[in-house]
Design a protein around this ligand. Sequence first.
Ligand code: KMH
Ligand code: ZN
Length: 278
Amino acid sequence: MPASPHPLLITVAPTGAETAKADCPQLPTTLEELVDTAVACEAAGAAMIHVHIRDDEHRPSLDAGRLRATVEALHERTDLVVQLSTGGSVHDPLELRMAVLDAQPDACSLTMGTTNFGDDVFSNPWPFIAELYQLSQERQVVPEFELFDLGHVASLQRLIDRFGLPYGGRVHVDFVMGVPGGMPGTAAALVAGVAALPREVTSWSATGIGRTTLPVMLASLSMGGHLRVGMEDVLTMARGVPVESNAQLVERAVEAGRLAQRAPMTTGEARELLGMTA
Ligand code: KMH
Ligand code: ZN
């Protein structure tokens, strides 16, 4: 493939907190499964991994020791940028979500507002956002700002105006679209979101949940954006066709990028994009 002038960052979100292992045995929930998945996804073209972990019963966990061991294992076996989720599950307390940074990841997710999340509420009050952001600056962790709704774009501007730029000086955001209660996973919503981004934003990616995966992927590529893919966000390749592995979703993203003449970004290029090379 010829060198691309605008390489494509592919982030893989392999596990999430919402799907039960019993309903989807191919979901990577143990450390060994997660690391094997990460290795396969890096080989397929991913440069960053968005990590949720599970306990021995495969339930979502924010256990400090497990988080630390996960970061270490991923660093040992891959060169992926390791982004820990601070979103956790809708049931996780804010204190535990804040403590995720103790595991010293390269990066963390940071959601910019409270969202209805199906029948639940994904709680992100402003004081929590502000404290977590300042902690990320202090601990030298690069945040990825998760935007589930258009109002979250405005909160991001408020955050930057109040507390300055993130550690590393770059501002990378991810539109998480199609969550029932958030912005729809449509090209029109993505165009509106991108048009409203603060001028400080240096890069953006997008992911569409469930059946919005393909429309959002194609819209993002056509607008020059980056991609997040993975079983956190979608469990079928097409109607009635289950995803076999996260690497399969990364491979599809690489293929879509190839059509758009965007070669997958290397992990080194991703670190540069995210301001992690200083
Ligand atoms: N599991 C969702 C409630 C994040 O990782 O930062 C929140 C989430 C966002 O997945
Ligand atoms: Zn997540």
